[in-house]
Design a protein around this ligand. Structure first.
Ligand code: HPA
Ligand code: ZN
Length: 326
């Protein structure tokens, strides 16, 4: 096996992390107490024991409960700063962070507070750790296309603070095609696009993300494997897949790490990257995900460095910024 320090030392970009998914149980309780919110669990240990998921939806039900303790800009600051500290410890040099605006605005939290808190942490993280960041607000796909369009309009005054929009939440039954107009509008505004596709959903959702949403990356995308033509296209276009191994195991997308298709897809020439998704819920930050796939799939040093370099290549850094890490 490859030493943890060597994996840590590889410059890595984290391209798929939901900031609300970095909310550790201890912080849930700390913020609940500060904000006067009553929780369904007596303590952090008991809450953590509830992190036993059958599928994506059973996770999302708990994740949206946790989000409710985030009220003030300072809460978003603390959340984001805490994540950046973890990321830095794992050798992450750049991160592209998802957040779910609707899970906050629907509770009466202003986008101003969300952006203010997160941006303050990103600035501090860059100063203190040298870590660069981009933000990617995601539309909740279980809600309507109209709600997503309203959210896009509400986001536009903050246009300078994010580089792309994404699509997350309950995948099955909510195909990318539902959001083609919203994504058209986002691209017309000069935004890049990404979308969760092929996490639990079928390969056809990946085709839709490519052809209808014109995404620059596919989040997860592991469902492509059943479709040879799709795999050939993803390889030919070097379309990055942001794969989250520990997430996939926790949400039973694969039975165990040995059965994960990351290496098989890498062998087929796809542009594979590794991310942590919701590290507070899935049992590990980025380095833990690298260790899990390196040991579980017997990845060579060349394969591990390819994954790390792919993450830099697939990032939304400028070409000159990428060169610093390649
Ligand atoms: N999948 C879909 N939506 C999400 C996830 C995820 O893993 N995490 C937070 N929102
Ligand atoms: Zn995700």
């Amino acid at each position: 096996t490859i030493a943890k320090d060597a994996l840590r030392a590889q410059p890595k970009a984290e391209l798929h992390v939901h900031i609300e998914g970095t909310l550790e149980p201890e912080m849930v309780f700390e913020l609940a107490e500060k904000n006067g919110i009553v929780l369904d669990y007596p303590d952090a240990g008991t809450l953590r024991q509830a992190y036993n998921f059958q599928d994506l939806q059973s996770f999302l039900n708990i994740y949206y409960q946790g989000v409710k303790v985030l009220i003030e800009a300072d809460d978003f600051f603390e959340l984001t700063y805490n994540y950046l500290r973890h990321a830095h410890e794992d050798g992450v040099v750049h991160t592209e962070i998802f957040f779910d605006p609707q899970s906050h605005t629907d509770r009466g939290i202003s986008l101003a507070a969300v952006f203010e808190g997160i941006n303050r942490a990103l600035a501090k993280g860059q100063k203190e750790f040298g870590i660069t960041s981009r933000l990617i607000p995601c539309f909740l796909r279980h809600l309507s296309a109209e709600a997503a369009m309203e959210t896009l309009h509400a986001l536009l005054p903050y246009r300078d603070f994010f580089c792309a929009v994404g699509l997350d939440s309950s995948e099955k039954g909510n195909p990318p095609s539902k959001f083609s107009e919203v994504f058209d509008k986002a691209r017309a505004e000069g935004l890049l696009t990404v979308a969760h596709a092929g996490e639990e959903g079928p390969a056809s959702y990946i085709w839709e993300a490519l052809d209808l949403l014109h995404v620059a990356r596919i989040d997860h995308g592991v469902g492509c494997e059943s479709d040879d033509e799709l795999c050939r296209r993803l390889a030919a276009e070097q379309m990055p897949l942001t794969v989250c191994p520990l997430s996939n195991i926790k949400l039973a997308v694969f039975d165990d790490i040995k059965g994960h298709n990351l290496k098989r897809l890498l062998d087929r020439g796809l542009c594979m990257t590794v991310s942590s998704d919701d590290p507070a819920y899935f049992g590990g930050y980025l380095l833990d995900n690298f260790i899990a796939v390196q040991t579980g799939l017997d990845l060579t040093w060349d394969e591990v460095t390819e994954l790390a370099r792919n993450s830099i290549r697939a990032s939304f850094l400028s070409e000159s910024e990428k060169l610093e890490w390649l």
